[in-house]
Ligand binder design. Sequence first.
Ligand code: GTP
Ligand code: MG
Ligand code: NA
Length: 443
Amino acid sequence: MGHVDTGKTKLLDKIRRTNVQEGEAGGITQQIGATFFPDIALQEQTKKVDPNFDLEVPGIMVIDTPGHESFNNLRKRGSSLCDLAILVIDIMHGLEPQTVESLELLKKRKCPFVIALNKIDVCYQNSKTYTCVREALDRQEQFVRDEFRQRYDKVVLQLNELGLNVALYWENDDYRRNISIVPTSALTGEGVPDLLYMLLYLAQTLMASKLEVEEELQCTVIEVKTIEGLGTTIDVILVNGTLREGDQIVLAGMDGPIVTTIRALLTPQPMKEMRVKNEYVHHAMINQSMGVKICAPGLDQAVAGTELQVVGPDDDLEELKDRTTWTTSSTASSTALRSRPRACTSRPARWARWRPSCASCRTDMKIPVFDVGIGEVFKKDVKKAMIMKEKKHPEYAVMLCFDVKVNREAMEQAKTDGVQIFTADIIYHLFDKFTAYMEKHKE
Ligand code: GTP
Ligand code: MG
Ligand code: NA
């Protein structure tokens, strides 16, 4: 977790030896990501820090979250799924608004975490890839080390002011009381072995019992995606429990609960990001924390951000369906949206993403919202926006569409009716377009 552009995705890229970050629209993360790191890959790094470190876990799943302020709900969801967090701070910027927000989330959940103080290469003179950070620091000239220390002290002070005790991880003499700081560079990989070492050390020493697999299913839908050849699939994060091919599952749908049967369970290759289209590995059964793509019929209306349930032999299907419905309505809180002054109709992509954008429209951008929706934009949506034309503020006949398809019929209807449609795949571009439009209108 952490503020936008502190280097969360880049750090993962460095561990994976991938290049996901550069493929992101606008260079910002706008979804939850997931990557599984198997023990062999971890061992390669941890042995640099401590050759005798005994790796006991089969691997770790790392969840990547967006830092942009609009995606507060994804940060919440990401942090609610994890046992241990990495808070990334940019050494040049220190604490920023979403750093503080993340700290509050972690505190509320009592979630243990380490701090990656990232971008140390900016102070450095000579770098060597994937080396341990103490070695990297020792390699620097005195004035570089002084600059590092000065910036480090500043961040420590800011953290102290929030009531947090922190220490460089190798100077930390009480892991339960002090939060460890690991200086890192996602550019050179310096400190990356230390970061993994620290995570695994804490996991194995402080929270071993918490990491045992529990039987009760905990599985959250994070994305609904159409994949060529597979149809509509859902990406889930399996935290606890077991998923099997052929399992009957229940999950929230836009028009009510969906009951279907798992046709295929796919995961990305180890060390590959779930968000990126890759070759998939097929599984008959998964009982390990993992990002999983589920193929099943009838997933078109599935809603991201909700829980998935498996129907067991003793379960009452109707009861499970009821539980799902409840989840849906509680996530939607549509009455709150609809009771606001009526104006613009926005219909961004996924549940997981339209909610923050909508909340952000109303509170930060002061854009009044008439209605919200998920998925492809149809003619009927344009007709709804048209209603504004008959009101006091016809200029609000606008649709803000985030990362979603607007079909041709809808486009034509909008042209005929004079409804403005703004689309964007980077969330803040949508706000920029709307603001520019309103300014022009005022003129
Ligand atoms: P969001 O997901 O949008 O919140 O951002 P993020 O925290 O994932 O940051 P990201 O990985 O997108 O990196 C942001 C920018 O910082 C990119 O241009 C990176 O190349 C750069 N960057 C990240 N880590 C480092 C680092 O350690 N050193 C330097 N010099 N640049 C870095
Ligand atoms: Mg990112
Ligand atoms: Na970024």
